[in-house]
Design a protein around this ligand. Structure first.
Ligand SMILES: [Zn+2]
Length: 478
């Protein structure tokens, strides 16, 4: 029996049983009778199938996921369009039409994943092995849950027949990792009308669980901006038996030491202020003390020392950060090299005046033998104001987290970059959400981009449900 026929029978059965389609649109598309697949079963089936498609970027090959999604969506009678700069790296857009009373809601997920070293994996990285309540595969966290949640949400909305006040647009985008031209950059530059929206939901948030206790849901409302800086020291080449004061490696090392010792200025924005305030409320008095001091602006030297030593990710949230990550120089033991180079990974606060920051950095380096230059990487993610906290979208997200997890929602600033940056820069209010994750799991090496990656199966399923709740709340006709 075809799925559409099964569904037709299911709907007829529901009508006969007097089931109200609007009571719980998510479930009602699937009455639990006979051998019908439940929404959880279906979500899991799509998730495992998509995890098994190898979309390591490079080369990406996101066409595998796009073909899968297209098949599922078209079978459900949902219109899709595919946009590609490269046929192997397409983006898919599916649209459910609303009355147009409100502007569209964009839900997005990226279909590519970072590369793997298969020798480091207990289970093969594209096997999607289920073990002990977890699913193991590259992409289990970043970002295939968003892809499947977007898929399930449009499927369930379509099947439930719920009327919409706004279009719901699902974008499965290529090429997020490494930020190449094929994905969101292509969509924003060349097909903006197809994804233009009032609000967008994407990756980047998550529900934090520590020692088995769900504490809060973090929603990404802004993110830092990455810049690459090169330091090139030039000196005189010579014989290693005759040390020179102009030795490029010596100059470069001293410059790096000065940069490492430089504490860049700290400041809070609306998002981080709300985050630290919320975190203080949820923490023990002892843990809360540095967060409160930060918000109240007291003991800042001590608090910054504390965060730098104990909570590096929080330390990065209050400043433009600098990490020297590559150093190159020299080629023979007995040759003094004439050149040495270091590469700095700088993550700027969203409102940073970067040219002015670069001038300060040059003053810290304070060495005429060293050139400090910005490396242009294509394309730079743009900065923009944090997404607002007073919107119906943020309220819908808060309400869904409260309902499903019983926890508060805190706005948060990502230290890394996402494709929300490009969408936010076009004026869309974007919110990054995500599944429950154990804080301990990342330190065990199972987080996004780690040697291995896994997700709690139950956490994934709850996320799919929360995603649906949020979208229905924002889009269903009032
Ligand atoms: Zn991602």
């Amino acid at each position: 029996m075809t799925k559409s026929r099964r569904l037709a029978i299911a709907v007829t059965a529901m009508l006969l049983l007097g089931v109200d389609l609007k009571v719980d649109a998510y479930r009602s598309a699937y009455p639990k009778v006979g051998a019908y697949e439940s929404p959880d079963e279906e979500a899991l089936r799509h998730f495992l199938a998509i995890l098994r498609l190898d979309t390591q970027n490079p080369p990406g090959n996101e066409v595998l996921v796009v073909e899968y999604l297209k098949g599922v969506l078209e079978e459900a009678g949902i219109e899709t369009r595919v946009f590609a700069l490269d046929p192997k790296r397409p983006n898919l857009v599916a649209r459910l039409r609303g009355s147009g009373t409100k502007r569209p809601l964009l839900v997005m997920g990226h279909t590519d994943v970072v590369t793997v070293d298969a020798t480091k994996w207990k289970h093969p990285p594209f096997s999607a092995t289920r073990e002990g309540g977890y699913i193991y595969a590259r992409g289990t966290q970043d970002d295939k849950p968003s892809v499947v949640a977007g898929l399930m949400t449009v499927l369930q909305l379509k099947r439930s027949g719920v009327r919409l006040d706004r279009d719901v647009v699902f974008l499965a985008e290529a090429s997020e990792e490494g930020n190449r031209p094929f994905g969101i950059n292509h969509m924003v530059a060349d097909h903006w009308a197809d994804i233009d929206a009032e609000y967008c939901l994407a990756e980047g948030g998550g529900v934090e669980r520590t020692a088995g206790q769900v504490r809060f849901a973090a929603v990404a409302t802004t993110e830092k901006i990455a810049h690459t800086i090169s330091l090139v020291a030039r000196g005189t080449a010579g014989h290693g038996s005759v040390p020179l004061q102009s030795n490029a490696i010596v100059h470069l090392s001293q410059a790096i030491a000065r940069i490492a010792a430089w504490r860049t200025p700290m400041r809070l924005n609306d998002t981080t202020r709300a985050y630290f305030t919320g975190l203080a409320r949820l923490s023990s008095p002892e843990e809360a003390e540095p967060y409160r001091a930060l918000v109240e602006g007291r003991d800042l030297e001590r608090v910054q020392d504390h965060l730098a030593a104990n909570e590096p990710s929080l330390s990065s949230q209050i400043r433009t950060s600098i990490s020297p990550n590559i150093i190159k120089g020299g080629y023979l033991r007995n040759v003094i090299p004439s050149e040495a180079e270091a590469t700095l990974d700088i993550r700027a606060l969203p409102d940073e005046d970067f040219p002015a920051f670069l001038e300060r950095l040059r003053a810290i380096v304070d060495d005429p033998a060293i050139a400090v230059t910005r490396v242009e990487s294509y394309p730079t993610r743009p900065g923009s104001a944090p997404s607002r906290l007073d919107t119906e979208a943020f309220k819908a997200i808060e309400a869904a987290h409260k309902k499903v997890y019983g926890v508060p929602t805190l706005p948060s600033m990502l230290t890394g970059g996402t494709d929300m940056a490009q969408v936010r820069a076009r004026g869309v209010q974007c919110y990054g959400i995500g599944p429950v994750a154990d804080t301990e799991d990342a330190t065990l090496g199972f987080g996004a981009h780690s040697d291995q990656e896994r997700i709690l199966e139950e956490g994934f399923l709850k996320f799919v449900r929360v995603h649906f709740e949020i979208v229905r709340d924002l889009a269903a006709a009032r």
